[in-house]
Design a protein around this ligand. Structure first.
Ligand code: C2E
Ligand code: SIN
Ligand code: SIN
Ligand code: FE
Ligand code: FE
Length: 387
């Protein structure tokens, strides 16, 4: 499993958008606290809900001892201590999962060879199907995330495994952050970092689902930040602008694949759905404190200077500056990229289009700054050449 972006392990192309949206809600919840026990509890409870399962548990390794950290449903007060701490060797399935660092799925524990300790737990709790996913911290197996069905065998497919890996990765990040907590960084820095790692994962997931040319987000981010700095967006807003840029099309999570990935032009009905993506972004991000200030771009990037854009038909300065800047960069990048619905335009065609739309789609001041930035890039002023 990848250690870089948390969502990198998820095959988002196969995940229904409602699942993605639910995952997004969960992961933002997970990233919003440094409290490890509640992160683990939330991860298990959410996984139960998302996967339609009855139970889950998280163990961390203390030396060669497994220590139970969290369960759903919660363990009763008389829960035997022998189930809270157990030698790893008594749990060969967990051991194999930790050593191989790969998920293991047991479809029916009553038909599988289990050790006495494992059989004891399965019997006591009626556990039938079990998915074991490793928690890997700093490239070392640190514990296991275990999900299971009670009283009935339950098939778990690739989407379920992907979902658990994603949550496991986020738990791992949280463990890592908690371990670093004693260092010099303050809690806010930790939180911001946990969030930003999460955001990078979402951006990657979106890119994959949209089948965009790799690097779209990076390129758009670089140009947008450069323009934001030049056009006087105050420094204390830069992080919000950056996050808004990464998440500009997060609302497309709510647009079905059949529309998002349609090879040809959209029908009126399909357009109506596609045009809801800024509003959906607002619903998804607006309730997350950390991201609410980053909403300008996701919510307003399809407004037009002349007032004919969507969702609100804002005109001129009523459109937030960050969104006016971003829309030039986004359209330039969209036009020069291959899309499902058309091949990419040449660089010159795209630049001509932007020129021609000055004062109509785009803010003239932004277009001017954009062209001078691109000119500078060509003269090699330290910026990479704009593709
Ligand atoms: P996108 O492909 O990332 O495009 C973003 C924006 O770049 C578009 O916003 C539009 O302002 C500009 N743009 C992209 N391609 C073209 C083009 O060929 N001609 C012109 N004049 N402008 C272009 P818009 O139009 O609001 O579209 C939003 C999103 O809707 C697009 O994001 C894409 O995901 C989807 N979409 C747009 N047109 C089609 C289509 O014909 N077929 C399909 N399947 N999806 C489409
Ligand atoms: C569990 O506690 O959920 C599973 C225990 C095991 O299989 O060892
Ligand atoms: C993209 O980032 O390619 C999508 C552009 C948009 O719809 O804003
Ligand atoms: Fe968009
Ligand atoms: Fe875009």
């Amino acid at each position: 499993m990848s250690e870089s972006g948390f969502i990198a392990a998820v095959d988002v192309g196969r995940m229904p958008s409602e699942d993605l949206a639910a995952l997004l809600r969960v992961s933002s919840m997970l990233a919003s606290t440094l409290d490890l026990p509640s992160i683990m509890q939330t991860a298990i409870t959410s996984a139960c809900e998302l996967m339609d399962l009855e139970t889950g548990a998280i163990y961390l390794l203390d030396g060669s001892t497994l220590v139970l950290q969290a369960t759903a449903p919660p363990t009763p007060p008389d829960f035997p201590d022998m189930y809270r701490r157990a030698p790893l060797q008594d749990h060969p399935h967990i051991a194999r999962c930790l050593i191989g660092r790969d998920p293991i799925f047991v479809e029916d524990s009553s038909k599988e060879t289990m050790s006495p300790a494992e059989a004891g737990i399965c019997e006591a709790r009626g556990l039938r199907s079990i998915l074991y996913v490793p928690l890997v911290v700093d490239a070392v197996s640190a514990g296991a995330f275990i999900m299971g069905s009670i009283g009935r065998a339950k098939e778990m497919g690739k989407t379920d495994v992907d979902l658990c890996r994603t949550l496991a990765h986020q738990i791992s990040l949280a463990i890592n952050n908690a371990q670093l907590h004693d260092s010099l960084l303050d809690a806010n820095t930790h939180l911001a970092r946990a969030y930003d790692e999460t955001l990078a994962g979402w951006a990657l997931a979106l890119e994959m689902r949209d089948h965009e040319t790799r690097g779209h987000s990076d390129r758009v981010e670089r140009l947008t930040m450069q323009l934001a700095a030049e056009m006087g967006i105050p420094r204390e807003q830069w992080d919000h602008v950056r996050r808004g840029t990464l998440l500009h099309d997060i609302g497309k999570m709510g647009v079905p694949d059949a529309i998002l990935q349609k090879p040809g032009p959209l029908t009126d009905d399909e357009w109506a759905i596609m045009r809801t993506h800024p509003q959906k972004a607002r619903e998804m991000l607006g309730s997350i404190d950390f991201l609410a200030p980053a909403l300008d771009i996701p919510y307003c990037h399809h407004e037009r200077w002349d007032g004919t854009g969507y969702p609100r038909g804002l005109a001129g300065d009523a459109i937030p500056l960050a969104a006016r800047i971003f829309s030039v960069v986004d359209v330039y990048d969209a036009l020069t990229s291959d899309r499902h619905y058309r091949p990419g335009w040449s660089r010159q065609q795209a630049l001509d289009y932007i020129r021609q739309e000055t004062g109509l789609q785009f803010d003239p001041r932004v277009v001017e700054a954009f062209f001078s930035l691109i000119g500078e890039a060509e003269r090699g002023s330290g910026l990479e050449t704009v593709p």
